[in-house]
Design a protein around this ligand. Structure first.
Ligand SMILES: Cc1cc2nc3c(=O)[nH]c(=O)nc-3n(C[C@H](O)[C@H](O)[C@H](O)COP(=O)(O)OP(=O)(O)OC[C@H]3O[C@@H](n4cnc5c(N)ncnc54)[C@H](O)[C@@H]3O)c2cc1C
Length: 442
């Protein structure tokens, strides 16, 4: 998880809410990346100098490229830290955006329309296949797409947040502790959390804005009037929820744009509870593997793996958890042959993981799999999509989707809007929406 350092988005929000931060340790390395056929990983160290030495040893001749990324990251990060509203949708938003600009932000402007691959070409490293494979793997995690499509300014930021003074964190307990802390904060400030309640409709009809909620426990419908609705659904789900939007060119073009977006990915995730001896001694908590160099990233040919540390609250003593995920095309999981597909993916993932972990049957105690169907069922996201709209040039920052939607008093936060996926990104969008709502009430 990013954003727990002083000044980081989670740190800021918990401070504002007066709730203690979840306990966490640094991820160092943030990730150990194993390229096909290689047994020594590329370690993404937290220390800037150590990471610089590692990447120059791993990718000789790439200094210029990394220096460009660092320059763009430094300027973009300072800009983001001044809380701009991106993309702006009215005069107040525009004012906040302009107030965040400084002379040093201008350095990023010529690069706004470039992809990561364009920058590789510019710096003469586009033919370095090892570097490209490494970047493709890492970027896919953050932006959904590879070097040929990821917007350069987004890629530069995503790749640098693992280093000091930022960094990635491993939560004590699990990612669940973040949700628990947020619930604590919500209740402390008089908020109410309803679980097993499904919003069926956000009706913007003339006789007043109304929310229709289905109580899954009691199987009854509740109707509520609202002043504002802040949705953290996917944008594809939001446009289905909104009923009777007043006819306007903005809402029509918004709906058209959303309907024409490329489908995001689904995810296949395998969750294992294993005996500690299944884990190699010097294992990093986060690893990435690519198996067949001739096949695409995703669909189990690449796995992103998180491993519990001793006493981190995830597994009893003598045991550990391994969670491995891969992006997959969501559609086939909603067709016939679901069980067979799930079994095939499970076996394949365990076989791949066995090249690093000792996953002999006696070492596996617990085994579960999550598929796009699982995510659709438990998170209500369309087709179990993960990762938002992707960070292509056409969908990132200035060209991305905004928290301010064309539907009056309906706000969108979460991974579909700027600055994108990850708990830090979605929290940033929430902060933006709250500032906009507060400003609209003055
Ligand atoms: C396998 C995997 C691993 C990940 N690992 C990490 C990680 O290590 N660190 C990290 O920072 N990020 C990670 N992410 C990304 C992170 O989970 C997402 O970016 C984040 O959860 C997105 O938050 P959100 O609020 O936009 O959407 P969600 O997390 O999907 O939250 C939306 C909520 O709204 C509810 N909801 C939806 N529709 C309705 C409705 N109609 N009525 C009522 N409720 C509704 C859902 O049930 C859900 O609780 C991971 C994602 C995946 C898929």
């Amino acid at each position: 998880m990013a954003g727990l350092e002083p000044g980081g988005i989670h740190h800021r929000i918990f401070k504002e809410l007066g709730v203690e931060l979840p306990e966490a340790t640094f991820c160092d390395p943030a990730c150990a990346v194993f390229l096909p056929g290689e047994s020594e990983p590329i370690n993404v160290w937290r220390d800037r100098q150590k990471w610089q030495a590692e990447r120059l040893r791993q990718f000789p001749g790439s200094e210029k490229f990394w220096a460009l990324l660092q320059t763009l990251f430094d300027a973009s990060w300072k800009f983001q830290a001044r809380d701009p509203v991106v993309p702006p949708r009215n005069i107040w938003d525009m004012t906040k955006l302009v107030q965040a600009l400084r002379i040093d932000t201008l350095v990023t402007v010529p690069f706004t329309l470039m992809t990561m691959l364009d920058a590789m070409k510019l710096c003469g490293v586009a033919n370095d296949l090892r570097l490209k494979t490494f970047l493709d793997l890492q970027l896919k995690l953050y932006s959904q797409v590879d070097t040929s499509e990821t917007a350069l300014l987004y890629g530069a930021t995503a790749l640098a947040v693992s280093q000091m003074p930022q960094g990635l964190f491993h939560l004590q307990g699990s990612m669940q502790t973040l949700s628990e802390k947020l619930i604590e904060a919500l209740e402390k400030h008089g908020g109410k959390l309803l679980i097993r309640h499904h919003v069926k409709e956000i009706n913007l009809g003339e006789d007043k804005s109304k929310l229709t909620v289905f109580n899954q426990r009691k199987s009854d419908i509740i109707e509520e009037k609202f002043d504002h609705v802040v949705a953290n659904t996917t944008v594809q789900d939001l446009i289905k929820l909104v009923e009777n939007p007043p006819p306007s060119i903005f809402s029509q073009s918004y709906q058209n744009r959303v309907e024409n977006l490329t489908d995001p990915s689904g995810a296949f995730v395998i969750y294992l509870g294993v005996k500690r001896e299944a884990i190699p001694e010097d294992c990093s908590p986060h690893l990435q593997f690519l198996y067949d160099p001739k096949k695409e990233i995703g669909e189990n040919n690449s796995l992103f793996v998180s491993v519990s540390k001793t006493n981190d609250g995830r597994a009893p003593e003598g045991f550990a958890t391994i969670i491995a995920s891969s992006f997959v095309d969501a559609d086939p999981w909603f067709e016939e042959g679901y069980e067979a597909r799930k079994e095939k993916y499970t076996k394949e993932a365990i076989a791949h993981l066995s090249s690093y972990f000792d996953l002999s049957p006696e070492n596996i105690i617990v085994q579960e799999a999550g598929t796009p169907r699982t995510f659709a069922r438990y998170t209500a996201r369309k087709k179990g999509f993960v990762g938002g709209v992707g960070q292509r040039v056409s969908t990132f920052a200035p060209f991305g989707l905004a928290t301010r939607t064309p539907f009056k008093h309906v706000w969108l936060v979460g991974d579909s809007v700027h600055p994108g996926e990850g708990t830090a990104g979605v929290s940033y969008s929430a902060l933006t929406a709250i500032r906009q709502i507060e400003a609209s009430q003055k």
